[in-house]
Ligand binder design. Structure first.
Ligand code: ATP
Ligand code: MG
Length: 419
């Protein structure tokens, strides 16, 4: 039997109803905040990510799905959204639009990872990017949008923030970090030994518990910020306070991508297991220039929808919320005889024209089988229509959920009565 590739999921019709609800909330929240959708390719030249995400990141070192075309050019299935959006902003000169430029995207992303709950090789992300706004208000606006989407979905997630400084203050911090980790060098994992030379900040992000325990005692970025970064962070905290958005400060958040500076943040869900980061983001002021664009600052986040759905399902399982279900017809018309079929086809079409879900028989079932089927698909009303009913222009509109509510109706008035 053919099987789907390892680490991918089939989202079956019973579940897409949940996805639609999530996407609806996202589209409402982004529209109300003035973020417009951008759709970019699902693969790019590998250099977009190598240069955009950073050579020392897990994404580039271990997680890229690469493919070559027949001329030998190397492409990569998109592992994240920001680098591709930045490429598009530069290529389409969107930096000439009124600033700030506010964009969002929604779709599948790909990382070569070890699949487990909440971690797949194809996963869905909603992300936003805001360009051309360097104040802490912009950071707060972006964080507030993430917070709003999570809350509107009925979820609870803890917000953790940190500042990882800028190219002015980071070298001094890197020195302090290097000194600290040097004294623990023997205990670090192989990858972190390399990180010690290339990018000591990455060690803070290591998933190994031993490196994690060492990282807990490491010097904190927020103690080494320059004046500009420090006042930016203070203003962000004050703005989040003013907005009533609760947060904690987590000095170990550095995020998995090299392009971040100043503000970084994560939302952690209470409702799912180990892979509990449902949203992560930060400021990337140097990235546009790094990809040969103009000096244009930016901030954004990526929200893992696969994990959001897991959290929603976990909450529903605990009875704390109800998930949307597959649509059920308001009316099922069970025709008997050729004229009945014509009436049913016409009436169902007229109701559908009005946007009402109506069904009838298209597989020549017996009346008994039709009634069973109507019940199975949860039809609210059933109308049995044969030659007799058509002659007299009346039939019984049977309420399948409340037998006492069944009544006689005129056939030519059904569309107006129900619609
Ligand atoms: P993690 O630490 O969990 O690997 P990350 O730092 O690699 O996350 P980002 O690159 O910031 O994640 O991506 C943003 C969000 O996308 C994550 O917070 C998560 O919700 C989701 N995400 C990332 N990788 C995966 C994956 N392999 N499967 C499902 N969701 C993912
Ligand atoms: Mg990761």
């Amino acid at each position: 039997m053919l099987q789907k590739p390892k680490g991918t999921i089939d989202i079956l019709p019973k579940e897409t109803a949940i996805w639609h609800e999530v996407e609806k909330v996202i589209r409402e929240c982004t529209a109300a905040a003035g973020f417009n959708e951008i759709r970019i390719p699902t693969f790019e030249l590998s250099s977009v990510y190598k240069r955009g995400v950073g050579d020392t990141t897990d994404i580039v070192q271990k997680e890229m799905f690469t493919l070559n075309d027949r001329e030998g050019t190397e492409f990569c299935l998109r592992p994240e959204g920001t680098a591709g959006v930045v490429r598009s902003v530069i290529e389409n000169s969107l930096y000439n639009e009124p600033m700030p430029l506010k964009l969002y995207y929604l779709g599948p992303f790909f990382r070569y990872e070890k699949p487990q709950a909440g971690r797949s090789r194809e996963f869905y992300q909603f992300g936003i990017e805001m360009f051309g706004a360097e104040t802490a208000s912009a950071d707060a606006e972006v964080i507030a949008l993430g917070d709003r989407v999570i809350k509107k979905l009925g979820l609870k997630a803890n917000l953790n923030i940190n500042s990882i400084g800028c190219p002015d203050c980071r070298p001094k911090y890197h020195d302090a970090l290097r000194d600290y980790f040097k004294s623990h060098e023997d205990e670090l994992c192989g990858t972190c030994k390399e990180r010690l030379v290339k990018n000591p900040l990455r060690i803070l992000d290591c998933k190994s518990p031993i490196c994690g325990a060492i990282a807990d005692g490491a010097p904190k970025t927020i103690d080494h910020l320059c004046e500009g970064c420090n006042s930016h962070f203070e203003t962000l905290k004050a703005t989040l306070d003013a907005l009533g958005i609760e947060y904690g400060i987590n000095p170990r958040i550095v995020r998995g991508l090299d392009y971040y500076r100043k503000t970084v943040f994560e939302f952690i869900s209470d409702d799912i297991g180990a892979q509990s980061t449902v949203c992560g983001g930060g400021r990337y002021d140097g990235l546009v220039q790094q990809l040969d664009g103009p000096a244009l600052c930016g901030i954004g986040f990526g929200m893992g929808l696969t994990r959001i759905i897991l959290a929603l399902k976990a909450k529903a399982e605990k009875g704390e919320m109800q998930l949307p279900e597959i649509g059920q017809p308001l009316l099922y018309i069970a025709p008997m005889g050729e004229k009945g079929v014509m009436y049913a086809m016409k009436t169902v079409a007229a109701l559908r024209e009005k946007g009402i879900y109506a069904e009838t028989d298209v597989v020549s079932r017996s009346l008994k089988a039709q009634m069973k089927y109507a019940d199975k698909i949860g039809a609210k009303y059933v109308l049995v229509v044969g030659d007799n009913e058509l002659e007299n222009n009346v039939a019984i509109l049977k309420n399948m959920r409340d037998r006492d509510d069944s009544k006689e109706v005129e056939l030519d008035a059904v569309v107006n009565l129900i619609g």
